[in-house]
Write a protein that binds this ligand. Structure first.
Ligand code: RFL
Ligand code: PHB
Length: 393
């Protein structure tokens, strides 16, 4: 069966859902095609921190109400090294800026609810059946199978919002896109639990046992991470072993205050820096993790997805409203300027906070010297704060 739309969006993660909503608000028809079920998408525990740009985009999509009610405004983070915590004050260093702690699961849930309330078409559970064709010419077509039936979706543009392992980037002819990649020699073991957070702000810890992060989803739900070797398997980590290791990486006060409990979710994520250039091939546009990955240390992944979508939606809207291709022609360059800065920040923060195998004691000493400089220099603290809250669009 053949149907037609203006924009075919591959992937119902934050990038695809945000784009779908912004296009719908502008009167542009779009269909989202997603490999998994909605519950599967909502079950992936990922990002927790939104920059103001992402908050503003949620508002622009008309889905900001619950976020403003339940999200937590954070005015700083704490850096823990040599057993002591030091605060980085965001508003003081950036002229009043803050971030919002509101989980990616909730962002996705709010966007899914708005999409379904507006009756917009989303095709879930298409598995690996999606094929992209004709995007190097003027008539792109997306083919997929659903419930045993073959479908064809003809469109003007395809938005590849299908994450790092998606079909969109992989459909571009070899050689047309250049890929830059760095894989880090460790992962993050994350645990989600219904226990109150150890502290009301995030704690990023550099210790001689490796990195740890204390984050949260609400005043009663905590998200913690510890750096682990890539060879570790999540099944080998009992909850007890996780809490014991986390405690060893905290300062004495936090160690005393830590409340432990049964895990709701536990997983290991590898760390990677990756950029695909350019983010466009003909009528196919890549956005979010489909085009770039950052290590989670700087909390930039979801936020970059939001800024890509902001640029891409304005290019598409300009195309239909003004018959101008300028915004679409500049999409890749505009997005990549911001992407590379976030890549640099995330790489730098990862280097500073993690234990690198083979670096030895001098690596630890050099990190501690840089951290000491960072928390005592207004210039260096400002550089961290302005990147963390998000560089301007
Ligand atoms: P997603 O979320 O991966 O969504 C892509 C969607 O595409 C679907 N898909 C397909 N659909 C159809 N056909 C195919 N062939 C398909 N292949 C894939 C997938 O099922 C999926 O639903 O990409 P998107 O939308 O670009 O969003 C990106 C964000 O998810 C990601 O950048 C963040 O989660 C990264 N991240 C963080 N970002 C932040 O801004 N702040 C944070 O605090 C933060 N913490 C994190 C993170 C990522 C983490 N992990 C697990 C990688 C913490 C962690 C631990
Ligand atoms: C999270 O809460 O999952 C989180 C927060 C900050 C990060 C990464 C992940 O830098």
């Amino acid at each position: 069966m053949t149907t037609r739309t203006q924009v075919a969006i591959i992937g119902a993660g934050p990038s695809g859902l945000l784009l779908g909503q912004l296009l719908h608000k502008a009167g542009i028809a779009n269909v989202i095609i997603e490999r998994q079920s909605p519950d599967y998408v909502l079950g992936r525990i990922r990002a927790g921190v939104l920059e103001q740009i992402a908050v503003d985009l949620m508002d622009e999509c008309g889905v900001g109400e619950r976020m403003h009610k339940e999200g937590l405004v954070h005015r700083g983070i704490e850096l823990l090294f040599k057993g002591e915590r030091h605060r980085i004050d965001f508003p003081g260093l950036t002229g009043g800026k803050t971030v919002m702690v509101y989980g990616q699961t909730e962002v996705t849930r709010d966007l899914m609810a708005a999409r379904s309330a507006a009756g917009l078409p989303t095709v879930y559970e298409v598995g690996d059946s999606v094929g992209l064709n004709g995007f190097d010419g003027s008539s792109p077509v997306v083919r997929y199978r659903k419930d045993g039936q073959q479908h064809e979706l003809a469109c003007d543009f395809i938005a590849g919002c299908d994450g790092y392992h998606g079909v969109s980037r992989a459909s571009v002819p070899k050689g047309a896109i250049r890929e830059y990649e760095k894989v880090y020699p460790f992962g993050w073991l994350g645990l989600l639990a219904d226990v109150p957070p150890v502290f009301h702000e995030l704690i990023y810890a550099n210790t001689d046992r490796g990195f740890a992060l204390c984050s949260m989803r609400s005043p009663t739900r905590s998200r913690y991470y510890v750096q682990v070797p890539l060879t570790d398997k999540v099944e080998e980590w009992s909850d007890e072993a996780f809490w014991k290791e986390l405690r060893l990486r905290l300062d004495p006060e936090a160690r005393d205050r830590l409340v432990t409990g049964a895990s709701l979710e536990k997983s290991i994520a590898p760390l990677r820096s990756f950029v695909a250039e350019p983010m466009r091939f003909g009528r196919l546009f890549l956005a979010g993790d489909a085009a770039h990955i950052v290590p989670p240390t700087g909390a930039k992944g979801l936020n970059l997805a939001a800024s890509d979508v902001k640029y891409l939606s304005s290019g598409i809207i300009e195309h239909y409203r003004e018959r101008s291709s300028a915004g679409l022609d500049h999409y890749s360059d505009r997005a990549l300027r911001r992407v590379w800065k976030a890549e640099r920040f995330s790489w730098w923060f990862t280097q500073l906070m993690h234990k690198f195998p083979g670096e030895g004691p001098i690596g630890q000493k050099l990190q501690e010297a840089e951290l000491d400089y960072l928390v005592h220099s207004q210039a260096a603290s400002t550089a961290l704060a302005e990147n963390y809250v998000g560089l301007p669009l």
